[in-house]
Design a protein around this ligand. Structure first.
Ligand SMILES: [Cu+2]
Length: 560
């Protein structure tokens, strides 16, 4: 096995041939010339009475992102990018042996000055199934990493085979790398795939199924002239390469193709939309060639089905968030519908190349039976809204501030309550308790567009838990006392008494929430199912690698 890899490393298959080539201008890459790939469904190695057993091997591979680009080196689960889709059924356990057969040296710029990277091997991996309800030892703790053949193992490493019991409702999960300090590079290199959890309730709903149920992994990337992946080394006086504060690519990639198209029939389709970008948040909408807007019919959030499908014209989607939608092409035969974003470049100008994401080309007739019996809106499932004022006992309230500090190299780093990943745990909720978390983001310049630095939204992700977004409330960032507010909730001046309701697309169970600049974002979180050590963190991968992450330890309930 090892010899095989030595041979492969020698052939330089795992490294771009020329890492010094210039960046390819996005305007030289024609749009909508490649068809959208649909990731293959993974087959189990064996099946037991109540479980399926899979093996997935991470390895380097060559991948063509676009007709006119040369092959790029990628890291892929089973050598595929995106990784193969795992289809699971509620109540039936999935076991996966995650195997690392990657080389020992990374092809992207590794910052060896990050706390977690000092003395750590370059290519270390651990898989997190994002949004899943799993025991801590199968959650993919960022310190549970391992190298090729499990040769070197991180301090929290405990097992080769992860166990996913699938006891939650049907939803779109995704698996991706989570190794501390190199997640941004491993995910950018291609280590991400879908995990679609089904249940009987969902299967009895009259939703588009099979080839009409399509996952969309949306990312922004930048390429060199030869088609290889570009990620900035960002040398600083104290570190070369050095972690960047944000990575914004100049092209849009869906399921591994740059600006693809999809031929669709004039009927309804289900799309599971995932933002798997490193930093970039998007606002999506659908437009035809005459600039008419067409609605998405939302059916789900991160955590599964919402109560009733509803039309939405546009919605925000930050890194790691998912939205489950139906797009109805029935009355659009012969039309071309473009999935678009409202992109701004870093100067706040319209980012014309990235405003287009992919194209749906609607054919003139259905291949089989059209789906005229799917009637929208559609009742989906019961949903209980959690109102903290009605809860007994009263939920514990925790307050967090998205803070800025300097690291040992003197670089700006983002922290939470001025704490980083290595500080002792402070979030130890009790098993079977419900808490309210208030997350303040005081870095805000009014008048500057959202998403343009410093007005950055932090997508905050809690492992294990699914929560509900309560509201957001704008506050005066120039008159804010971080310490006092964390301590007792005073030291803050709200711009208005009234809090804003969540975006309509956020009404449901979530595992990632946008903590917008200049606002306090409130969520209500039940902690249940497992005790033990997890993490919560910003899902901007450049922030998470630079320790914008905290331990989350669910403790046994105190019975007094
Ligand atoms: Cu962040």
């Amino acid at each position: 096995m090892l010899n095989g890899h030595k041979r492969r490393d020698k052939r330089n298959d795992c490294y771009p041939s020329n890492a010094n080539l210039a960046v390819r201008p996005p305007g030289t890459i024609p749009k909508f010339v490649d068809e959208l790939p649909i990731p293959k469904v993974l087959k189990p190695v064996s099946r037991g009475g109540d479980y399926d057993y899979y093996e997935v091997e991470m390895k380097c591979a060559r991948h063509k992102f676009h007709r006119d680009l040369g092959e790029a080196v990628v890291y892929g689960y089973n050598g595929m990018y995106p990784g193969p889709t795992i289809e699971a059924m509620k109540g039936r356990t999935v076991m996966v042996k995650w195997i690392n057969n990657l080389p020992l040296k990374h092809f992207l710029p590794v910052d060896k000055t990050l706390d977690s990277a000092i003395d750590s091997p370059e290519v270390r991996t651990v898989v997190h199934l994002h949004g899943a309800n799993v025991a801590p030892d199968s959650d993919g703790h960022p310190d549970a990493w391992f190298t090729r053949n499990y040769g070197i193992r991180g301090p929290k490493y405990s097992r080769q085979v992860y166990e996913y019991p699938n006891q939650q409702q049907a939803t779109t999960l995704w698996y991706h790398d989570h190794a501390m300090g190199v997640t941004r590079l491993n995910l950018y290199a291609g280590l991400a795939g879908f995990y679609l959890l089904h249940d009987f309730h969902e299967q009895c709903l009259n939703l588009p199924k099979g080839k009409y149920d399509i996952p969309l992994m949306i990312q922004d990337k930048t390429f060199r002239e030869d088609g290889s992946l570009f990620y900035p080394p960002n040398p600083t006086p104290s570190a070369n390469p050095s972690v960047v504060r944000a990575f914004i690519g100049n092209t849009m990639v869906v399921n591994g193709k740059v600006w693809p198209y999809l031929n669709v029939e004039p009927r309804k389709y289900r799309f599971r939309m995932l933002n798997a970008s490193n930093t970039n948040g998007f606002t999506f909408k659908l437009k035809d060639e005459d600039s008419n807007l067409h609605p998405f019919w939302q059916i789900g959030t991160d955590g599964g089905m919402i109560e009733e499908s509803k039309p939405i014209e546009k919605f925000p989607l930050d890194p790691a968030e998912r939205l489950d939608v139906i797009i109805d092409f029935s009355n659009l035969a012969g039309k071309t519908i473009t999935l678009r974003t409202e992109e701004l470049d870093l100067a706040g100008n319209r980012e014309t190349f990235k405003e287009e994401v992919m194209q749906f080309r609607v054919g003139h007739k259905c291949k089989g039976v059209c789906d005229d019996d799917i009637v929208l809106p559609m009742k989906l499932r019961a949903f209980e809204e959690l109102d903290p004022d009605m809860l007994d006992p009263k939920p514990k309230v925790r307050r967090f501030v998205m803070t800025e500090d300097l690291d040992k190299q003197g670089r700006l780093m983002l922290t939470i309550n001025h704490k980083d990943f290595r500080d002792p745990a402070t979030e130890l909720p009790e098993y079977d308790s419900i808490e309210v978390w208030e997350l303040a983001n005081p870095v805000f310049v009014p008048g500057r567009p959202l998403g343009i630095p410093p007005n950055i939204t932090h997508p905050i992700h809690l492992h294990l838990a699914q929560f509900q977004v309560l509201n957001r409330q704008e506050f005066n960032v120039n008159n804010f006392n971080t310490k006092q507010w964390i301590q007792d909730g005073t030291g803050i001046q709200f711009v208005s008494e009234e809090a804003e309701a969540p975006d309509p697309s956020e009404l449901g169970w979530k595992d990632t929430v946008r903590v917008e600049p200049g606002k306090v974002t409130r969520i209500v979180v039940p902690f249940k199912n497992y005790t033990g050590e997890y993490v919560w963190h910003c899902h901007i991968l450049e922030h998470e690698d630079h320790e914008m992450m905290r331990p989350l330890i669910i403790v046994e309930r105190n019975c007094e």
